[in-house]
Structure formats: structure tokens, C-alpha cells
Design a protein around this ligand. Structure first.
Ligand SMILES: Cc1cc2nc3c(=O)[nH]c(=O)nc-3n(C[C@H](O)[C@H](O)[C@H](O)COP(=O)(O)OP(=O)(O)OC[C@H]3O[C@@H](n4cnc5c(N)ncnc54)[C@H](O)[C@@H]3O)c2cc1C
Length: 357
């Protein structure tokens, strides 16, 4: 006679046990994070979940709540520096999918889609606007966090809305572009009020017409105007980026380590009279100007300098690299030295663009 196990004798779990097991099954213990950050620095996550759906995200967050763990959301890891092991739960966002919504040129992409893949997809579908943002590493979900930007365009320009999970209320809601409070490498999600939201997807309204933006000098010089095609812009941006920035697959880095500092026009003029010609860009706020951090660091002689295995890139003073075997602390100490030198030489505080974890 067949003998069927029953939950009463503990071979089949009860419903409550099943749900706890289900929650825990996607959670891995003690996961090495070196493959999950573009600096390639080692750090161990006490708990790690690969998130492929909203349900999985909810279950992982419930697991963290039960165990009173802190949670860190992670996309492609190209804008973070792990300075030590992480004692909480890392949620690695991998929700995929691109769909076309009603309305001309409206496309929605899930948070785990690759940004550059999305830009290429849109260009191939003749949906234009983001060609200048080609080849920026990372995920759709992280792109609004710092309002990614390059070559005169930023994400906010074509974003319609975000769908987010409010992790405190366990509800899904949307954020319009205005509610995101975008600024230069900034959004509400970088501030305390926005920390509770996990981006699930982003919708964009792109144009069937070519919208060339050649404000950036290097593009202006390289491309014909008028008559430039979206493909030419995309290819030129990719070519310039490849020639200027190290590929994280070959040399660990997170792009620009510091934001460009914003100072008052008075301070800028005083600095100019002391240090001579100093480049600047206008900002949206009157009376404030942006100074390229790369110029300040270059002037202070940082290009190519090293601190053990942490180094400043030979061609770009704003890019810190892991030249082999560096850990997060090595890179952080180098960044702190750089920042102090700019403070003492120019009286300007540099703020990291990279999130320190
Ligand atoms: C070589 C190189 C060049 C770069 N060039 C540029 C550039 O030109 N312009 C530019 O703006 N940036 C640039 N960056 C920085 C980086 O590509 C962007 O910041 C990118 O958006 C990070 O994406 P990610 O998925 O890797 O994010 P991660 O590094 O994984 O995370 C970054 C932040 O976003 C949060 N986050 C990630 N996913 C979500 C989500 N779904 N919901 C809520 N929060 C989330 C994380 O918690 C973290 O705070 C560059 C980086 C590299 C390595």
C-alpha cells in the first residue's frame, strides 16, 4: 500500500511554512558582490535576491522585514562603490520587458532592462531623442535615480512617468516627471523622502522625427548640421565614449566619480582672477555656474596618479579605476585625498556622484 506523507508528520510543509520557504528560497546567503559592481571590488552581501518580478520583490522585502534587515536595491552596479561587506539584503533588479503603450512614440521599459539596449532598441524602431545617451552603462531602473545625462541630453527630457513600489506601504504607484523633481544628477529618489520607492518601470515619449541635439562641442565638430541622422549621432557618441572612457569590463570604474560642483557667479569670478581661465557651464538657476570637476582635478595634477591599486585614469581625472586588486576602501581613500586637495586649492567641496555603500 502506498504511504502518502502528510503535513501532520512534517514531510509536506503547512501553508504558513510553504510561504516562508517560498520567500526564503530566492534568497541566497553570503554572496560575493565583485561581479555585481563595475569597479569589480570585493564585498560580501549577507543576503542576496535576484528579483525577476514584482511578486519576488514583495517576497524579498517581506523576508527583510521579518529579519529586520536593511535593504539595498542594485541594478547594474555601475554607480556604486561597496566600501565594506553589506550586512543586509541586496535586491538585484532583473525585471525585464519593453512594451509600446497607446500614444505615438510611448514606450515602457521594465527596471531590469539595460539602458544602452533600450536606446538601441528605440533607435532601430525610429523613436528618437536618446541617441546622445547611448552607451551609458546600467539599468532602466537606476537611470531616473540620478537623472542620467550626457552630451547635452538628460533622461528627464523624454520621461513620462515611473511605476514604483512604495516599500513602506506595499503599494504600487506612479510618479509623473514633475513629481520626480529632477535636477542635475539628482531626483527625489536620491533624497530621504524618495528612499522608500523601488522603480519597477519607466515610460518615455520619444519622437518619430529626428531631434538632433548638437549643443555639445565634440558632437558639433564631428557631425554635419543640418542633415545629421540619428544613427550618425548614436555612432559618434559611442565612438567618442569608447575613446575617452575605460570599459569597466577591462578596467574597473564607475564613470565620473564626482559631480561637477555648482558655485555662485561671484565665487567663480574670484576663482578666475586667482587661477586664470577656468571653464564653466550655465545652470538653470540664475547666479550659479557649474565648474567641470575634471578640470579642477586635472589642474591639481591628479590625472594618472595612484594610491596602491586604486588609481586616477590616465586620460580622465574624474574617473577612478581599480587597476587590479583594489577594494572599496582603497578607492574611497584616494577619492578623499582628491577631494581634500580641491578643497584646499580652490575652496570647493567635491560631492561623489557614485553611491557609497
Ligand atoms: C564607464 C561609465 C560611464 C558612465 N557614464 C555616465 C554618463 O555619461 N552619465 C551618467 O549620468 N552616468 C554615467 N555613468 C554612471 C551610471 O552608468 C549611471 O548612474 C547608471 O544609471 C547606473 O545604473 P546601474 O543600473 O548600474 O545602477 P546601480 O549602480 O546598480 O545603482 C545606482 C543607484 O540606483 C539605485 N537603483 C538601482 N536600480 C533601482 C531601482 N530599480 N529602483 C530604485 N533605485 C534603484 C541604487 O540603489 C543606487 O542608489 C557611467 C558609469 C560608467 C561605469
Amino acid at each position: 500500500m502506498a504511504c502518502w506523507p502528510t503535513s501532520a508528520i512534517g514531510i509536506f510543509p503547512t501553508r504558513a511554512q510553504a510561504s516562508a520557504l517560498n520567500r526564503a528560497s530566492q534568497i541566497q546567503r553570503r554572496v560575493q558582490l565583485a561581479p555585481y559592481n563595475s569597479f569589480g571590488v570585493p564585498a560580501v552581501a549577507a543576503y542576496f535576491a535576484n528579483i525577476g518580478s514584482l511578486d519576488e520583490l514583495r517576497r524579498a522585502l517581506e523576508f527583510a522585514r521579518d529579519k529586520r534587515l536593511s535593504v539595498q536595491i542594485l541594478g547594474g552596479g555601475s554607480n556604486v562603490l561597496f566600501v565594506k561587506d553589506y550586512e543586509g539584503l541586496i535586491c538585484h533588479m532583473n525585471i525585464r520587458g519593453i512594451s509600446h503603450l497607446p500614444g505615438p512614440g510611448v514606450v515602457r521599459a521594465s527596471c531590469g532592462e539595460n539602458w544602452h539596449g533600450f536606446v538601441s532598441y528605440c533607435m532601430n524602431k525610429s523613436l528618437h531623442g536618446y541617441e546622445n545617451l547611448a552607451l551609458i552603462p546600467g539599468s532602466i531602473g537606476a537611470a531616473p535615480i540620478q537623472n542620467i545625462g550626457a552630451y547635452g541630453v538628460d533622461l528627464a527630457q523624454f520621461l513620462v512617468e515611473l511605476e514604483v513600489l512604495d516599500s513602506e506601504r506595499d503599494t504600487v504607484r506612479s510618479f509623473s516627471r514633475a513629481e520626480c523633481e529632477f535636477g542635475y544628477r539628482d531626483s527625489i529618489f536620491k533624497r530621504r523622502a524618495g528612499h522608500r520607492y523601488v522603480v519597477l518601470s519607466a515610460s518615455f515619449e520619444l519622437s518619430a522625427r529626428n531631434l538632433p541635439n548638437l549643443d555639445y562641442q565634440a558632437l558639433k565638430e564631428a557631425l554635419p548640421n543640418p542633415g545629421v541622422t540619428p544613427r550618425q549621432i548614436y555612432d559618434t557618441v559611442c565612438r567618442i565614449r569608447r575613446s575617452r572612457l575605460p570599459d569597466p569590463a577591462e578596467l574597473g570604474n564607475a564613470g565620473s566619480f564626482f559631480k561637477n560642483p555648482v558655485v555662485s557667479r561671484d565665487k567663480y569670478q574670484a576663482l578666475q582672477s586667482e587661477h586664470g581661465e577656468m571653464p564653466s557651464y550655465a545652470t538653470e538657476e540664475e547666479g550659479l555656474v557649474k565648474i567641470p570637476a575634471a578640470w579642477l582635478l586635472d589642474r591639481a595634477g591628479w590625472k594618472g596618479r595612484r594610491r596602491g591599486p586604486a588609481a586616477v585614469h590616465e586620460k580622465h581625472a574624474l574617473v577612478l579605476v581599480n587597476s587590479g586588486g583594489a577594494n572599496g576602501e582603497d578607492i574611497l581613500l584616494l577619492a578623499q585625498e582628491m577631494s581634500s586637495s580641491i578643497q584646499s586649492q580652490f575652496g570647493i567641496g567635491l560631492v561623489p556622484e557614485v553611491q557609497l555603500i
